[in-house]
Design a protein around this ligand. Structure first.
Ligand code: APR
Length: 249
């Protein structure tokens, strides 16, 4: 793809003058790292499963080992990939902006591994494991062949520390994300289909409070008509070009 520059000068000016820049990312920003998006067909062994069927409390109650194994497969996949130029560009943007907030729906740690410092994880992180009864994060547990392993404290199954469909988001994360969206000078929505609430309400909350809104995606989404700018293309190409055009040298 040829460089997506030149960008609208007014967009670059808004970014340069912004004090508070807020970014919401979804699975699309990790696609170029080789991490399948949620609504892309699953590959290999997991092709026959619909992620939206597996990422639920009911699935875990019904088939705890299957769900545990699916997350173990995803954990291994994510450990084997690297942040892509899109993740790296956001870490660079953070260094140029006085007050930068990165809100992600992703659970893959790729933003942190790219160097982003202030990351709000709305849907948790598959690198963390928690007790399915006590809800507290568990760092270590006795070696066992049992899958899922059990909480060393109460004996309940351990589970990934992620938000499943139908579960509430962590209050602190959602409050911080909403607060940031309401105060944003510029709000960028990157690589998300905008189908899952309450994350999907954040870009509109920002727009309602006067933010300049930008969408980066390879295709139209429900957000597109409401955005001040829609930049069509892979985030791994657009973001580095946008950062280089906004803050050259
Ligand atoms: N660059 C930019 N956008 C991309 C790219 C790319 N290279 N590849 C795919 N996309 C876009 C797709 O067009 C789509 O709009 O990324 C979006 C991915 O959408 P989903 O797979 O629905 O992922 P996401 O929006 O993050 O899902 C939100 O729903 O499934 C739950 O909890 C899960 O966090 C997830 C949430």
């Amino acid at each position: 793809m040829s460089s997506p520059a030149p960008f609208p000068p007014a967009l670059l000016d808004s970014l340069r003058r912004a004090v508070r820049v807020v970014v919401l990312t979804g699975a699309g920003i990790s696609a170029e790292s080789g991490v399948p998006t949620f609504r892309q067909a699953q590959t290999g062994l997991w092709a026959q499963y619909d992620p939206q069927e597996l990422a639920t409390p009911a699935a875990f109650r019904r088939q705890p080992q299957l769900v545990w194994d699916w997350y173990a497969w995803r954990r291994e996949l994510v450990a084997g990939v690297s942040p892509n130029p899109g993740h790296i560009a956001l870490a660079s943007m953070e260094a140029h902006v006085p007050a930068f907030t990165l809100i992600t729906q992703n659970v893959d740690s790729l933003h942190q591994r790219a160097g982003s410092r202030h990351v709000i994880e709305l849907h948790g992180n598959i690198a963390r494991v928690k007790c399915s009864r006590e809800e507290r994060v568990v760092e270590t547990w006795p070696a066992t062949d049992e899958r899922p392993p059990r909480c060393p404290d109460c004996g309940a199954f351990l589970r990934p520390d992620v938000v499943w469909f139908g579960e509430a988001l962590p209050d602190a994360a959602l409050d911080a994300a909403s607060e940031a969206a309401q105060r944003a000078d510029v709000f960028l929505t990157i690589g998300t289909s905008g189908l899952v609430q309450p994350a999907a309400s954040l870009p509109l909350l920002a727009a309602d409070n006067g933010a300049v809104t930008v969408e980066i995606n390879i295709e139209d989404t429900p957000f597109s008509p409401w955005m001040n700018y829609t930049l069509r293309g892979p985030s791994g190409v657009i973001l580095p070009a946008l950062v280089a055009s906004t803050w050259p040298g």
